[in-house]
Design a binder for this molecule. Structure first.
Ligand SMILES: [Zn+2]
Length: 297
């Protein structure tokens, strides 16, 4: 929040500010299939699972590798906070930071959701979004951000002088994950991570750079669809903020259930291969152990 300026600008401030930006992580370097290859197999899908997430609660479901998943708005404008895990290894989970570094602050068709270090590989590829018409509005807001974190009771306590609320997305995800995995609440909480904010409409204010939200444009029938690159355990909270037009971390907003559907395609995308674990050798520039031992003699 840069609303205060203490330091005088140098004489060449304008020149320094006029330098053109470069894209930090051009995704063109990624080896991956064209979106069209994924979309070519989504005309013939068999529904294999359907899960309803109650308002102000979270639910878990699995998406087998090679299947499609749709997150659907069913009854009213509602935002979902989504966590993704490798079903066989919960340490590998959605890494929103690198996902946004690669694809931007808000994700849509063709973008991939990457997993945490040291795995760093695509977990899912977004294949359809009925809200992709939204783009960015006059406030700089877009839909489906990977810039927010999740509403949580700790921040709420800080901002409300010790107030307590137990149905923030963080707590909903923690309870659902504990129930699904048999872990204690304390253990499960450590696996909950920064979310993909499904259907949420957000941005940063241009004057102060502050994270903002506004009423989601989502309506019943809208959905976000992704293809599972690996076996996924998904966990999503129907946020207590509802459409996130005013407030969250309370029972004030009107909230609706959401639905997750899993589909099996008749065929895999042409040329698709399961993503391997990241190829970096993890030596971090260290000498082989025998050389270190020789040097120590
Ligand atoms: Zn929330």
């Amino acid at each position: 929040m840069k609303s205060i300026s203490i330091t005088d600008a140098p004489a060449d401030a304008c020149t320094r500010k006029a330098v053109k930006p470069v894209i930090a992580y051009p995704p063109e370097g990624l080896k991956r299939l064209e979106l069209a290859a994924y979309r070519a197999v989504r005309d013939d899908l068999a529904l294999v699972d359907s899960v309803v997430i109650p308002p102000r609660e979270a639910g878990c479901w699995t998406v087998p590798q090679g299947h499609f998943c749709r997150i659907v708005c069913t009854e009213g404008s509602q935002v979902g906070d989504l966590n993704l895990f490798n079903l066989g290894n919960l340490d590998e989970r959605l890494y929103t930071g690198k996902t946004r570094a690669l694809f931007g602050s808000h994700v849509g068709p063709g973008d991939q959701l990457f997993s945490s270090l040291p795995y760093l590989r695509p977990m899912a590829t977004i294949t359809h979004d009925t809200l992709d018409w939204y783009g960015f509005d006059e406030f700089g807001a877009g839909v489906h951000d990977v810039i927010g974190t999740r509403c949580d009771p700790y921040t709420h306590a800080l901002l409300s002088d010790g107030g307590t609320y137990h149905h923030c997305c963080h707590s909903n995800l923690t309870r659902a994950l504990a129930q699904r995995t048999g872990k204690t609440l304390d253990e499960a909480e450590t696996y909950v991570h920064d979310v993909l904010n499904v259907f949420m409409c957000t941005g940063f204010t241009r004057d102060s750079g502050q994270y903002f939200m506004k009423a989601s444009p989502v309506r019943p029938g809208d959905y976000l669809e992704f293809f599972a690159e690996i076996d996924i355990l998904a966990c999503m909270s129907a946020c207590p903020g509802g459409d996130c037009s005013t407030t969250h971390s309370s029972d004030i907003a009107r909230c609706y259930p959401m639905k997750a559907e899993v589909f099996r395609p008749r065929a895999l995308p042409d040329g698709w291969q399961a993503p391997a674990l990241n190829g970096y050798d993890r030596t971090h520039g260290t000498e082989p152990p025998w050389r270190v031992a020789e040097g120590a003699r």
